[in-house]
Design a protein around this ligand. Sequence first.
Ligand SMILES: Cc1cc2nc3c(=O)[nH]c(=O)nc-3n(C[C@H](O)[C@H](O)[C@H](O)COP(=O)(O)OP(=O)(O)OC[C@H]3O[C@@H](n4cnc5c(N)ncnc54)[C@H](O)[C@@H]3O)c2cc1C
Length: 369
Amino acid sequence: MHGSPRSGEVPRATLALKSSFTIGLPAWRGSTQSRAVWAGNSKGVCDTKNVHAADFWLSGLFRVLRALLISLSESHFLRTLAEESSLGRRVSTRFVAGTEIEDVLRATELINQKGATVSIDNLGENVSQAEQARASAQIYHSLLDTLSSRGLQANISLKLTHMGLDVDEALAYQLVSGLVAKAATLKNFVRVDMEGSAYTQRTLDFVRQMHRVPGHQGAVGTVIQSYLYRSENDVKNLVAAGIRIRLCKGAYKEPPEIAFQRKADVDANYVQLMKILLTSGIFHGLATHDERIINQAKRFATQQKIGPESFEFQMLHGIRRDLQQRLVHQGWRMRVYIPFGTEWYPYFMRRLAERPANVFFMLRNLLRA
Ligand SMILES: Cc1cc2nc3c(=O)[nH]c(=O)nc-3n(C[C@H](O)[C@H](O)[C@H](O)COP(=O)(O)OP(=O)(O)OC[C@H]3O[C@@H](n4cnc5c(N)ncnc54)[C@H](O)[C@@H]3O)c2cc1C
């Protein structure tokens, strides 16, 4: 969605780290040939045993790296250190639009000019003081006003723990409710992001309660993660209540008792849930950069005669810009999630964890700088 479609992205041709390792699982997307190169002997002859050993070794390495990155994303010490350093801020621009409201508004305008809509996230989560929550809500109020006055095509995404859920649930409800009421008046929309599983039920209860308030219908929705076993039930319940859903795979580390661990299972569940959403008659968002799943969704929609105006694809700022643009050109709806703000560290670390190869490219770029 930007001038140079793939600038700033990890070069996909890079062989060794091409594995798009997600959800803590081996996810070789490389061809048999590329796998053979990895394990090829000095004569260039493929050795299948070595291929499997290399796969096994690498997937193990990425699994450990992913777990490490997610646990580092929760470190308060590293968060403070990173967010206060100029080097950290420079690195964060890989996934974050900037620190100021004007930065994200500029990015939104550019994306709109390219034919896509936006969801703006004022970064921050797990606040420990009511004042922080109030300040964040105030930023969202200003955003909603400015989006409306400048005619920008964007809604807002927020996290309940940023609105003070851990501090005072009643306050969080009051703050989010105020934002949903304003969004409803401005014919805009508030998306409540989904956080780790400790918050799943509370988030769903919260959104359902908010959606029941007269005038709020259609102005608030939430997110479902396909890695959770419970998601099929949650999707059915939300759809029955007419609530808009963003479907994603899930960005946190969840245990096998509650979540699929194999990428193939997470993906299969995504496709199954996607079909429920597309046939529900409600406008939902399919949030993924997974081209295979996106192609399945396009095929399914076409077969079922579900028009492109009935749902949207969603992707993150700075990831697969080429694909974002291609979908727009093909006539599909595309929404780009753009985060901004000073509290970028946990968000940034989760993006690294989704694709540990990003760590190596980030380090390489830092060394070059
Ligand atoms: C709009 C949007 C909103 C989201 N909201 C939430 C939320 O509220 N709660 C939540 O838990 N999760 C959320 N996520 C994150 C999501 O759960 C996944 O962690 C993330 O999207 C990666 O999964 P994927 O579907 O792209 O598939 P994957 O199989 O992980 O990736 C498919 C391909 O996408 C590209 N890719 C994916 N991630 C990256 C990356 N970080 N860097 C570079 N390339 C990458 C690679 O080419 C990869 O091969 C959101 C994602 C999007 C797009």
